[in-house]
Design a protein around this ligand. Structure first.
Ligand code: GLN
Length: 306
């Protein structure tokens, strides 16, 4: 069986699992997604492409954007500065949890993959105001995905911004503790916009190719040092699937980052770059059928890194 046939088979097998989850209706616009959708797009190390199911559906990148913003924040400020404001440890708490913020050492968010950490990272993007910061960030997304068409889904952005009170409260807390240096509303605007960038499973696969190539474009040009690509992939393993990262490491064993829009971006070092779309989520906020599909794929092809 070739890889396209295997992917078709696994999409058919796992699609019924979509029914067991729920859409991310805490962001009202995301409640309009097709609950039964499931798709996958793979680019292998030689550039061959394979896909199945709803790989061409559009959705918002959501938390997967945290990886890309972290890359630019490290380029802008250096690794030491970024990690003086945000930790490197998994929390074991939900992605939007506030509980450890006040008790953590130095009031630092535990890691850049939870919302509090990501909002702090968004505040570090250089620029005189939210517009300049976000324009630079969007240009960086376009550069590393080698896709000039990327843009914000403004309906989702407005929906997030109008209902993002929990994220706002974390932003203001971080400001009061000096974790956010600049304007807190600018940081939140950048964060809500980066989460609302519209992608497909193919786009996620393209971004994953950049990590597969350790921060180099298809031309060979180095955009981020290998060290930064390694940091990103390591955080994907330890924190990428929120408080399910441990179980995911055992069941799937592939560095991955999920988003509540239904995306999963996965990198199998030395082998392949994967984008998944499955908007129906489990109780931790991970794409329920997407995780099941990756688990099957990992077992079939022996992709675990461990
Ligand atoms: N924009 C979403 C939020 O802030 C991102 C969360 C996610 O994808 N887990 O809640």
């Amino acid at each position: 069986m070739n890889l396209n046939e295997l992917l078709d088979k696994l999409v058919i097998k796992n699609r019924p699992i979509c029914e067991l989850g729920h859409l991310a209706n805490y962001i009202p616009e995301l409640d309009r997604a097709p609950k039964g959708a499931l798709g996958i797009f793979i680019t292998d190390i030689n550039g061959n492409k394979y896909c199945a199911g709803d790989w061409n559906n559009k959705f918002t990148i959501q938390s997967i954007s945290k990886l890309i913003t972290l890359m630019l924040a490290i380029l802008d400020n250096g690794e030491d500065y970024v990690f003086s404001k945000v930790g490197m440890e998994p929390t074991g708490d939900p992605f939007n949890s506030i509980v450890k913020l006040e008790t953590s050492n130095g009031k630092k968010p535990y890691n850049p993959m939870i919302n509090a950490g990501a909002i702090a990272v968004s505040s570090m993007i250089k620029g005189k105001d939210a517009k300049e910061k976000f324009d630079r960030l969007l240009d960086f997304f376009k550069l590393i995905s080698e896709d000039n068409t990327l843009d914000v889904d403004y309906k989702v952005y407005c929906s997030e911004s109008e209902t993002g009170n929990r994220n706002r409260s974390m932003g203001y807390f971080l400001k009061s503790e000096g974790i956010i240096d600049g304007n807190v509303e600018d940081a939140l605007t950048v964060y809500f916009k980066q989460c609302s960038i519209e992608v497909t499973a193919e786009t996620l696969s393209k971004i994953a190719v950049f990590l597969l190539n350790n921060g180099r474009l298809s031309t060979g040009e180095e955009i981020i040092p290998t060290r930064v690509a390694t940091i990103i992939k390591t955080l994907m393993v330890t924190c990428g699937m929120y408080d399910n990262s441990g179980e995911f490491a055992i069941r799937v064993g592939i560095p991955s980052k999920s988003g509540v829009g239904g995306g999963i971006l996965s990198v199998v070092p030395g082998k392949m770059a994967i984008g998944v779309y499955a908007p129906s989520l489990d109780e931790k906020g991970n794409p329920i059928a997407g995780v099941a599909l990756l688990e099957d794929l990992s077992k079939e092809l022996n992709l675990t890194i461990f």
